[in-house]
Ligand binder design. Structure first.
Ligand SMILES: [Zn+2]
Length: 84
């Protein structure tokens, strides 16, 4: 595999598991030092679902938005006094 940036010679660098199931090879360019993966055949699957099991910040971001959204909704739909 040649470097995607400078077309230089590359060497195997490391491996990792992508999407919990694909063993992906990393390469490092001997000329410019760029590090990249083999052809990313997993991208369609990776982006096929807007909510990923690996996105641990999803709940955190939603909780951070609660106080802001509550104020906006209270402004648009003022709370009514149910007792009267
Ligand atoms: Zn390079």
């Amino acid at each position: 595999m040649t470097c995607k940036i400078c077309d230089g010679e590359t060497a195997k660098f490391d491996r990792t598991k992508v999407l919990g199931k694909y063993s992906v090879q990393y390469y490092k360019c001997k000329n410019c030092g760029a590090i990249f993966t083999e052809e990313p055949y997993w991208l369609n699957e990776a982006y096929s679902d807007a909510i990923s099991d690996l996105d641990v910040g999803l709940v955190s971001r939603n909780l951070n938005n609660v106080p802001i959204l509550s104020k906006i909704l209270d402004f648009i739909y003022p709370p009514r006094n149910i007792a009267s």
